[in-house]
Ligand binder design. Structure first.
Ligand SMILES: C[S@@+](CC[C@H](N)C(=O)[O-])C[C@H]1O[C@@H](n2cnc3c(N)ncnc32)[C@H](O)[C@@H]1O
Length: 265
């Protein structure tokens, strides 16, 4: 088991190298916590996966470091290609297999960087590391190989779903109720299972044609200068949402959106 508890300065672990997985909030540089800033500043360098020749989300991390932890270098690690073909990923089993292969390739690339560069490392993670982020799994893979030794700590961050709730002034569930957090890929299955209050992340598109009577609270590029908010009945706003996604992608070179769906009545 990986020990991810904060270090007691008097424990033997205090002498071990630290890898800190640091939630940095989900957009604006003001969403980072004081604890996260301290963790970044105490690190010898930071590491981030770089997707493609230009990765706007890596640029945002660089700006964040320049502002809150100047002098801490962000080392970019080229992200291995992931198989996105529908033949491999259309089933949940196929999708999971593809993701696990990709984690293995990514963890080998990160291990090389950690082996070459000594010192405490920060991994700035978008939002909070607990939601749809593979960093902890990748770090665990590196430890499991046994070639490197380090202590892992997690610093929580503000997740996109919290920013969504704040911007729309929402409690995500009814009194004493339940909220389900899922992905666009699994939305239909979750709704068929009876969920009536669903936060949806990781959206390749908006699979809402069967949910036209539901209410939606949607947020795109939250925290960023292009932040966009829409709420209403799905049937009334769906075409606007699709247009906003295209516009954000064109104007800001990235689009990420998250939404709460609530069953009518
Ligand atoms: C790989 S997941 C990472 C989530 C992150 N760990 C968190 O706690 O927010 C990325 C997804 O989070 C959501 N997301 C992250 N940042 C966002 C933002 N600034 N605006 C809207 N949605 C965002 C989107 O659903 C996106 O597809």
């Amino acid at each position: 088991m990986t020990d991810r508890t904060p270090l007691d300065p008097s424990s033997p672990d205090a002498l071990r190298r630290r890898v800190r997985v640091v939630g940095i909030g989900s957009g604006g540089p003001d969403q980072i916590t004081v604890e996260a800033i301290a963790a970044l500043r105490e690190s010898a360098y930071a590491v981030a996966a770089v997707k493609g020749a230009e990765d706007p989300l890596v640029d945002l991390r660089r700006q964040l470091l320049a502002r809150h932890a100047p002098g801490v270098e962000l080392v970019g690690v080229a992200d291995p290609e992931r198989d996105r073909s529908s033949s491999s990923t259309s089933s949940h089993v196929g999708y999971r297999g593809v993701v696990l292969d990709w984690h293995e390739a990514r963890s080998l690339a990160w291990e090389r960087v950690l082996a070459d560069r000594p010192g405490d490392v920060a991994v700035p993670v978008w939002g909070d590391p607990a939601f749809y982020d593979s960093t902890l799994r990748i770090v665990d893979r590196i430890l499991a190989r046994g070639r490197l030794d380090f202590h892992v700590e997690v610093v929580p961050g503000i997740s996109a779903l919290q920013v969504l709730a704040a911007r729309h002034r929402l409690v995500l569930h009814e009194i004493g109720g339940t909220v389900t957090v899922t992905t666009g890929r699994r939305l239909a299955e979750v709704v068929a299972g009876g969920a009536d209050n669903v936060v949806v992340m990781l959206n390749a598109d908006l699979p809402l044609d069967g949910l036209l009577d539901w209410h939606i609270w949607w947020g795109g590029n939250l925290g960023d200068e292009g932040e966009c908010l829409v709420s209403g009945r799905v049937r009334d706003v769906l075409s606007d949402l699709r247009a906003h996604r295209e516009r954000l992608r064109a104007e800001h070179s990235w689009v990420m959106d998250v939404y709460l769906l609530r069953r009518p009545g």
